[in-house]
Design a protein around this ligand. Structure first.
Ligand code: RFL
Ligand code: PHB
Length: 390
């Protein structure tokens, strides 16, 4: 098989890239390890930056987001038994975020690639990358019992943190920065009406809690749990009991609880790969970086990477210029590091750290009080939350 760009990974980054390339007459083949049903069943992100929504519209899949997404003009901070609203739209001259599940966004991407007859091979095994530093790289894999070889001009590594793409970069060309937190998020999806119409991030001495939603009948809630906890350690009753203790009473007393239809634990960590490029291989999305979910940035960063990378492929195929491709890594990393900074700052401000001294706990409270009393601090939070410019 032959294509312009071989894309490893059919998550949001890989699928969006293939769609944008297609709109620009650049061919691609997507290789996804899991089945389509598995990919579409994963419950993950829920908050889209304005730039992400614009990218989806440009890619021809903005209609359902526009119809079914929920525009949020503010976010809530739960602190001292009250919900403090931050007027995101007012502080950013009109920018908002859209609540729309990653599951739905991925469904839209698979659907449009089916309509546009894109080649997306699911259930592939043993993906391997070759000749990355030549003009003739290729990928091999097994698919439906056959061995495949895909010759291409470029390879896009969109295969998440554990995929083979980053591992194909020699260690001498890769600097990896890692940070892990001694806690994770236990998330529950429940067929109940969301308790608030804004996303509420709650700081509490028992630990962090988050109220989010997917639609009018579907809520998504999280609580901070120690690393090492397993989903089986937490019954639904235990979850709700703990959750209610960590949110302001106005939420605890009105929340409608119900059985969880999904429950999972995500570890909190940060990771950045420097460089995102090796020869003809380019990394995008979680393959190149992970942020703790507190700022709601993982999916949005994957989309901004795809923006820079697709623009660079466009200049290569349309103007014959390799300049944007050679600058891809440094351009994308500048935005990535700023977003890492924001995600770490939110994580530190809102979570209970098991190592915190009483002194540090007081400083954390002062940090939140300062945020809630300072227009400058709230503006900083709001402009990062809606997404920094590309
Ligand atoms: P993905 O979605 O992991 O997709 C990578 C794909 O590559 C495939 N793959 C392979 N394919 C072929 N061969 C192999 N050997 C392969 N190995 C892996 C995988 O099967 C998969 O389909 O990465 P991508 O596309 O870069 O997208 C990144 C986002 O999924 C991720 O950043 C977000 O979900 C993070 N995230 C959030 N991001 C936000 O912007 N806003 C949020 O509100 C938000 N909340 C979250 C989150 C992530 C969470 N978890 C579970 C980590 C909340 C949670 C709880
Ligand atoms: C979610 O709805 O899953 C969600 C919302 C906000 C975050 C992270 C996750 O910061």
């Amino acid at each position: 098989m032959k294509t312009d760009v071989a894309i490893i990974g059919g998550g949001p980054a890989g699928m969006l890239l293939s769609q944008i390339l297609d709109l620009n007459g650049i061919s691609s083949i997507v290789l996804e390890r899991q089945t389509k049903e598995y990919v579409l069943g994963r419950i993950r992100a829920g908050v889209l930056e304005q730039g992400t929504v614009e990218m989806m519209s440009k890619a021809g899949i903005g209609d359902r987001i526009e119809k079914e997404g929920f525009i949020h003009e503010s976010i809530g901070i739960g602190f001292d038994d009250a919900v403090h609203s931050i007027d995101v739209v007012g502080l950013t001259n009109g920018s908002v975020v859209t609540v729309y599940g990653q599951t739905e966004l991925t469904k839209d991407l698979y659907q449009i690639r089916e309509e546009t007859k894109g080649v997306v091979l699911t259930g592939v095994e043993d993906v391997q990358l070759y000749q990355l530093t030549t003009d003739e790289p290729y990928v091999t894999c097994r698919h439906a019992g056959e061995n495949l070889r895909i010759d291409c001009d470029f390879i896009a590594g969109c295969d998440g943190f554990h995929g083979p793409s980053r591992q194909a970069i020699p260690v001498s060309h890769l600097n990896e920065y890692h940070l892990s937190y001694p806690y994770g998020w236990l998330g529950v999806l429940s067929e109940t009406p969301p308790v608030c119409d804004e996303v509420v991030y709650s700081n509490h001495e028992r630990g962090f809690a988050l109220c989010s939603m997917r639609n009018k009948e579907l809520s998504r809630y999280y609580i901070q749990v120690p690393s090492g906890d397993r989903v089986s350690d937490w019954s639904d009753d235990d979850f709700w009991k703990e959750f209610k203790q960590r949110v302001p009473n106005v939420i605890a007393s009105t929340i409608v609880t119900g059985p969880s239809i999904e429950k999972s634990i995500a570890p909190l960590r940060a990771f950045v790969a420097d460089n995102l490029n090796y020869g003809r291989l380019f990394l995008a999305g979680d393959a190149g970086h992970i942020v703790p979910p507190t700022g709601a940035k993982g999916l949005n960063l994957a989309v901004s990477d795809v923006y820079y990378l697709s623009e660079a492929f466009k200049s290569f195929y349309k103007q014959g210029s390799e300049k944007d491709l050679s600058n891809y890594s440094s351009t994308a990393l500048r935005r990535i590091w700023k977003t890492v900074r924001f995600s770490l700052m939110c994580t530190k401000m809102l979570h209970l750290s098991p190592q915190s001294t009483p002194f540090e706990k007081e400083v954390q409270k002062a940090e939140i009080r300062y945020l809630l009393s300072s227009k400058a601090a709230m503006t900083t939070l709001a402009e990062n939350y809606v997404g920094l410019p590309y």
